[in-house]
Design a protein around this ligand. Structure first.
Ligand SMILES: [Zn+2]
Length: 231
C-alpha cells in the first residue's frame, strides 16, 4: 500500500520520535505475556486536546497472524505532508490506532503461514480475542483473566468516546457490520441490524469502491513497471 516507506509497527516508539508533530505514543495496557498494547494518536499537535475534531479509533492485528493492518498506522505517518489526502485526513481528524492488539500471537506467527488457531491467531492463553468481546444476546463464557487484551481495549474505547471505530483483519475482503448475532442464537442466515445499520452499510460500500479503485491503480502501476523493465 505504501511501498518502501513503511516499516513495522513495533518501531512505534521510534515512529513517535520521528514524527512528533503528528504522532503521540501511549499504551492501552499489556498482553498476557506482558507486551505493550501500543496506541498511536495521529493528529496535528498530538499532545493537546483537539476540540471539535471527530475521534476515530482503529484496532488492528486482533488475530496475531493477520498482520497487514499494522501497516495502516505507518502509512498515515510516513505520508503526512507528502500525500494531500492523508495530510487532510490527519489535519481534520483525531485518529487513534492500536496497531497490534495481539502482540503475543504475532510473535508466534510465521510469515506466510495463515493456516489457523495454532499459528498465532489466538492469544497466549489460546483464546480468540475477536470472540472475547461481549455479545448482545449471550453472556461470554471466556474468563476475563485469559483475555487481558480485550478487557484493556474495551476500557480504552469507553474512555475515549470515539465517533466511529473499527477492527481491521486480514485474509479476505469482508466488511462486517455490528451485530452479527441473533436473539434466537442462529449462527447463520439471520440479519441482525444495529441502530446505525444505514451508516455501516454506506461505509462498507465506500470501502468496497475505494478498494476496487486501489486495485485498478495497483494493476496499472504494475503493468507500467513491467513494461519499463522489459525495455
Ligand atoms: Zn481476524
Amino acid at each position: 500500500m505504501c511501498g518502501g516507506a513503511c516499516g513495522d509497527v513495533y518501531e512505534s516508539p521510534s515512529l513517535a520520535q520521528k514524527y512528533p508533530h503528528v504522532a503521540g505514543l501511549s499504551t492501552v495496557g499489556q498482553s498476557v505475556e506482558g507486551r505493550q498494547l501500543w496506541v498511536m494518536r495521529i493528529a496535528r499537535d498530538p499532545d493537546r486536546k483537539s476540540l471539535g475534531k471527530p475521534k476515530f479509533g482503529y484496532v488492528g492485528n486482533m488475530h496475531g497472524n493477520e498482520a497487514v493492518s499494522r501497516q495502516v498506522l505507518v502509512c498515515l505517518l510516513a505520508r503526512y505532508g507528502e500525500e494531500e489526502r492523508i495530510t487532510e485526513l490527519v489535519n481534520g481528524t483525531d485518529v487513534c490506532i492500536v496497531p497490534g492488539m495481539s502482540p503475543d500471537g504475532f510473535e508466534r506467527s510465521t510469515e506466510g503461514d495463515c493456516s489457523g488457531d495454532h499459528s498465532g491467531r489466538n492469544n497466549a492463553k489460546n483464546k480468540d480475542l475477536s470472540g472475547g468481546f461481549p455479545d448482545q444476546f449471550d453472556k461470554s463464557n471466556v474468563d476475563p483473566a485469559d483475555i487481558p487484551e480485550v478487557m484493556e481495549v474495551m476500557r480504552w474505547i469507553q474512555e475515549m468516546g470515539f465517533v466511529l471505530s473499527g477492527g481491521l483483519h486480514g485474509g479476505t475482503l469482508v466488511a462486517s457490520y455490528p451485530f452479527d448475532d441473533s436473539a434466537s442464537h442462529e449462527q447463520e442466515g439471520h440479519y441482525s441490524p444495529s441502530a446505525d445499520d444505514g451508516l455501516f452499510r454506506q461505509l462498507a460500500l465506500v470501502y468496497r469502491e475505494c478498494r476496487i479503485i486501489r486495485q485498478v491503480v495497483f494493476l496499472r502501476n504494475f503493468i507500467i513497471e513491467q513494461e519499463t523493465c522489459s525495455q
